[in-house]
Design a protein around this ligand. Structure first.
Ligand code: HEC
Length: 227
């Protein structure tokens, strides 16, 4: 039969196990010198836009809303709360975006999960050391621009996290007709080129590169074709 001594003894054993476990299982943090900086991933160009478009939204993790204390709008803020360099399994942000649909705490809440390409970019960035590589090579050719090869992927990376349906603030940019409508009314280029009287887009801290703005400008000038 259980008596008081047995229960106290059992509690002490459990407490000792908890202490040992927490001392020996500190999350691994990749030392500065081992961070490799995957040459194919550039934080500012490839990773930050995913956070801005899907997380740093009004009502979620922009500076004004800072839901649960998380502001996910720049490198320092993202690192401070949820990324362990070199260790995705210990990175709270990684865990929250890879939970299954049915689990509580899954991010982003109230909108579509990040797609496989976006998750792959974030994972490779974390495991190679979650470096902020600063300015990135352009990776952008403003001479040959098509909707499917240039404009649509740009909208997916920078815009669709917020502009995912007709009912979203500012409308959808998630399909050709919506993007074309924004193009022919002048709003698309006015917003991304920061023209007077327009709202800066992408909202929340990023500016498209000069080359990307030129790509949009040329595509609009060509009549915004569905090519
Ligand atoms: C973080 C969320 C967010 C991101 C990312 C974002 N937008 Fe917006 N967008 C908004 C909101 C909110 C509005 C409504 C107007 C406002 O609040 O400024 C809007 C409005 C617009 C409009 C309607 C005209 C206007 O200025 O009101 C256009 C066009 C637009 N955005 C284009 C873009 C493009 C192109 C991108 C990507 C390069 C983008 N947006 C990225 C939130 C976002």
């Amino acid at each position: 039969m259980f008596n008081g001594k047995v229960i106290i003894g059992a509690l002490m054993v459990v407490a000792a196990m908890v202490i040992v476990y927490s001392c020996t299982h500190q999350p691994y943090v990749m030392p500065e010198s081992q961070r490799t900086n995957d040459p194919n991933i550039c934080f500012e160009r490839d990773v930050l836009p995913i956070f801005i478009s899907n997380c740093a939204k009004s009502g979620c993790h922009d500076a004004a809303s800072h839901e649960s204390g998380y502001v996910l709008d720049n490198y320092a803020h993202i690192m401070r709360k949820g990324i362990v360099p070199g260790n995705s399994a210990a990175s709270k942000i990684w865990l929250s975006i890879t939970l299954s649909n049915t689990e509580g705490g899954k991010m982003p809440q109230r909108s579509a999960a990040l797609n496989g390409v976006q998750l792959d970019v974030i994972k490779r960035w974390i495991v190679t050391g979650a470096v902020d590589s600063g300015a990135c090579s352009a990776n952008c050719d403003s001479n040959n621009i098509t909707y499917s090869g240039g404009i649509a992927p740009m909208m997916q990376l920078y815009c669709v996290g917020c502009h995912n349906s007709a009912s979203a603030s500012g409308g959808s940019l998630n399909d050709y007709n919506s993007v074309m409508t924004a193009a022919v009314t002048g709003r698309l280029i006015g917003d991304v080129a920061d023209s007077a009287g327009y709202n800066h887009m992408p909202k929340g801290g990023l500016t498209l590169s000069q080359c990307q703005v030129t790509q949009i400008r040329k595509w609009v000038a060509a009549g915004a074709p569905n090519n």
